[in-house]
Unconditional design. Structure first.
Length: 270
């Protein structure tokens, strides 16, 4: 009987050890490390994360399109490396995964706020936009001035630059604005929720909102929540050489005919 118990305990110990080893291996495989330009060139692949939307990254007729995708792909091709771009709808996850080293950068026009500068290095700006209010045209509570936002509930993507702007706005109007942060939603989904009447107000960046507004005829995006803001790519804080390489390339490339054609394709659409 004792021998049987010892044999049983020995078997459990072996199984437990195997499970621990398997989990330890899995955990090790999930570890990421920040890379700078030399590491990226050595690997042959630039890893970027973005949002799936009608401006930055989307699939059309089996081909990958999008301003940020095409622009960064031009950089990668010139450097002789492959671009691996992954869509992630959560702003919070994008930020965390770049900081962890899973991705080298956020390839998405991002407002360069002081708060985000604590987590990312920002490239030279390549676009200018604003934060705008999304509301229904036929709403009896139509907002025409930021002063009218007092006491209202605003839906914003979690940890996006718009959160900081609304917090500052509360100080400016000396009144409360109720912020509801949502996760795993895109700008298009926010517009759809306001359009359907599921929520009354949302705030997002003007550039992306304009790309979708034609699909929601009952929406109004004419009320500005912020002044003009610069939009840039965000780079891992431990990759200053990558940042310099991108900035030097952007400085030159944004003056070319190819860039103007690309910019007009996405930002000056009729």
């Amino acid at each position: 009987m004792v021998k049987r118990i010892l044999k049983y305990l020995f078997a459990i110990a072996i199984v437990s050890s195997v499970i621990i080893l398997l989990f330890s291996k899995k955990k090790a495989e999930e570890k990421f490390y920040s890379r700078d330009y030399s590491g990226i060139i050595s690997s042959g692949t630039l890893r970027a994360v973005t949002e799936y939307n009608a401006v930055s990254f989307y699939v059309e007729n089996g081909s990958i399109c999008g301003f940020d995708y095409e622009l960064l792909n031009a950089f990668a091709k010139e450097k002789g490396i492959k671009l691996e771009m992954t869509p992630e709808m959560s702003f919070d996850k994008r930020l965390k995964e770049v900081c962890s080293g899973k991705y080298d950068m956020i390839a998405l026009g991002t407002a360069t706020t002081s708060q985000l500068k604590d987590s990312l290095l920002f490239t030279r700006p390549f676009a200018i936009g604003k934060q705008v209010l999304i509301q229904r045209r036929d709403s009896e509570y139509n907002i025409k001035s930021t002063l009218d936002l007092a006491g209202k509930t605003i839906h914003i993507i979690k940890n996006s630059p718009a959160v900081m702007r609304i917090n500052n706005l509360m100080n400016e109007i000396a009144d409360s604005i109720h912020i509801k942060e949502i996760t795993d939603y895109s700008t298009e989904q926010l517009l759809a929720m306001v359009s359907a009447g599921d929520i009354d107000y949302a705030v997002c960046d003007e550039i992306t909102a304009k790309a979708y507004i034609k699909n929601f005829e009952n929406l109004n995006i004419d009320t500005n929540i912020s002044f003009n803001q610069f939009y840039s790519w965000g780079v891992n804080k431990n990759a200053p050489v990558l940042l310099d390489s991108l900035n030097i390339w952007l400085e030159r490339y944004t003056k070319t005919k190819e860039y103007k054609t690309l910019y007009d394709k996405y930002f000056n659409r009729k």
